[in-house]
Design a protein around this ligand. Structure first.
Ligand code: GLU
Length: 551
């Protein structure tokens, strides 16, 4: 699957028996995962499909009119070695099936024993395990994180040894996590990660994301970004990130709970209030943190609220933590508007993504008098030139789960959404959304990066040239981890701050970091992203040098 864009998993079934084919198609149609099925009854046409591209997994009967046995697999793999193949076998040729796996098939299924759940599980595991084996480090996000580090190190004139130490994580933990599906005898295994980038600054800090695109490279890039964010905000943390390669939308509440508890148990030795403190990120929320906190606390024998942040308030969560990223982003949009001489009252904004960050950004920007004219989520992109009622949007999502179906708006394509004329564009969804392809068509004055890594480095250059002001992710979405820091502190002190305290201190830290970065940008004639990275990386390198090297 592509890293940055969502598409249905496309399955190629190679099967010449029409009854068997119908059977598999029926099973796939029952699946909770959205599959697109392409069928082929001979090897030659199957190979044509593969060469054309776009196939994610092959389900292959080895006995076909134009090929048979292991030869079928060999010829297929020769043309598309990177695509995982699940071999279909009947009970009496198990020997061939095992040999097929030895020869490079990802898995096999016994025809008489397959049901919808097992087929679904085999396909997802084939995809996930082939990523684990072939492409753990393949991540556009990591490439751009490396580029950013390289550029800052050069401008700061740091010793190469510093760059080398910071390019890869101090510690990376990969776990495979079995959990029970609601159907009791169906156990599924997924891959999980916890990466701690820098251990020098204090405990490590960063979210846990549940998404199908998660791999070691992405999680490492995001952990690096957390190091820079914490350093830029002067928080006493190094960066970390965790993730599980799973689509949380296909799991029930009970399944998510069991998966989260087992993931926590698998990483329990490396987390803790003084070691590494997880938080919510894409696909996880307060409830996920409550389960993590409970699992950890059960193991140590007493309640340990500060092992995670972003918890429900009743368990020691901080007031205003859930809105913090959106709130912090709106503070910086105010700073940027002041800098540009733009009046926010009566200005317009478009927000891509309506998860925690997007929704609170919409809310906080609207409080400043900004008219929200475009919003989107996984289900739909909507345009209303007269401006959305933010309360109505929130009420709709609360009762329907997604934006789709919201009345009084024109449905547009996700592409068009980013290109709407507006003052502030907030990409608050996936990474890699603003690219060299669309950067030339953006019609906004400010891009405020609610998501991590939404702009590619090529797009960055284009926006810079076009005079669009970018509030880079390390600044724009640092409100989340900043209030996480407040939450961690409140937990360690058993003391609760007021909502006003939290928001006043958040504004102060965000504004100071913004002005430090702006000063550096002016002094060194670099863009704000590079300036912010230089601020952050310089501080980390000073800490590394002061602590010295063990032994
Ligand atoms: N996941 C958020 C981020 O990427 C917050 C991390 C935290 O609060 O530790 O910044």
């Amino acid at each position: 699957m592509a890293d940055t864009e969502e598409h249905h998993t496309r399955i190629l079934i190679v099967e010449d028996n029409p009854l068997h084919l119908k059977f598999f198609e029926t099973l796939l149609a029952q699946s909770r995962t959205a599959f697109e099925v392409v069928a082929s009854d001979r090897l030659s046409t199957a190979i044509e499909h593969l060469v054309r591209g776009g196939i994610d997994v092959v389900v292959l009967d080895l006995m076909l009119p134009d090929s048979s046995g292991l030869d079928t697999l060999g010829r297929l793999l020769a043309r598309a070695p990177e695509i995982p193949v699940i071999v279909l076998t009947s009970v009496d040729d198990m020997d061939v099936a095992t040999r097929a796996v030895d020869a490079g098939a990802r898995d096999f299924l016994v025809k008489g024993r397959v049901d919808a759940d097992r087929l679904d599980r085999a396909i997802r595991y084939a995809l996930s395990s082939s990523r684990a084996i072939r492409s753990e480090w393949q991540s556009p996000l990591l490439l751009s994180a490396h580029r950013q580090l390289g550029k800052a190190v050069q401008l700061l004139d740091l010793d190469d040894n510093i760059r080398q130490r910071l390019m890869f994580p101090a510690r990376a933990h990969i776990v495979s996590i079995p959990f029970r599906r609601d159907k009791y005898d169906l156990v599924e295994t997924v891959f999980g990660y916890r990466v701690q980038h820098v251990l020098t600054m204090g405990p490590t800090k960063g979210g846990v994301r549940y998404h199908m695109s998660v791999n070691l490279g992405d999680v490492t890039a995001l952990a690096m970004l957390m190091t820079w964010k914490c350093s830029l905000m002067h928080l006493p943390f190094g960066g970390a990130k965790g993730g599980v390669r799973v689509d949380p939308g296909t799991l029930s509440h009970g399944e998510l709970q069991r998966l989260t508890r087992r993931y926590t148990a698998e990483i329990i030795d490396i987390i803790g209030p003084q070691k590494d403190v997880p938080a919510p990120d894409m696909g996880t929320n307060e409830q996920t943190m409550a389960w993590m906190m409970d699992t950890y606390s059960q193991q140590v024998g007493h309640a340990v609220p500060s092992v995670v942040t972003g918890k429900p308030v009743v368990l020691g969560g901080s007031p205003a933590r859930s809105s913090a990223t959106g709130r912090g982003l709106s503070f910086l949009v105010q700073e940027a508007a002041t800098h540009l001489g733009l009046a926010l009252e009566g200005s317009t904004a478009v927000v891509q993504g309506f998860g925690n960050v997007g929704m609170h950004s919409v809310h906080c920007l609207a409080e400043l008098g900004v008219t929200i004219i475009g919003v989107s989520d996984v289900s739909v992109a909507l345009h209303n030139p007269r401006g959305f009622s933010v309360e109505a949007l929130e009420r709709w999502v609360e009762s329907h789960g997604v934006l789709a179906g919201f009345p009084e708006a024109e449905i547009i394509s996700p592409k068009e959404l980013l290109e709407l004329r507006c003052d502030v564009l907030v990409p608050a969804a996936l990474s890699g959304q603003i690219t060299a392809e669309n950067a030339g068509r953006l019609q906004c004055k400010i891009v405020a990066e609610g998501a991590n890594g939404p702009t590619t480095s090529e797009a960055d250059d284009i926006l810079e040239e076009r005079g669009i002001f970018i509030l880079p992710d390390l600044l724009a979405n640092a409100g989340g981890v900043t209030v996480s820091y407040f939450e961690w502190l409140q937990g360690l002190q058993n003391y609760t701050w007021s909502l006003e305290d939290v928001n006043t201190r958040l504004r102060k830290l965000m504004s100071e970091a913004f002005h430090r970065s702006m000063r550096r940008s002016a002094e060194r004639h670099v863009d704000l992203r590079t300036a912010a990275a230089m601020e952050a990386i310089e501080r980390v390198s000073q800490a590394l040098l002061k602590r010295g090297l063990f032994p």
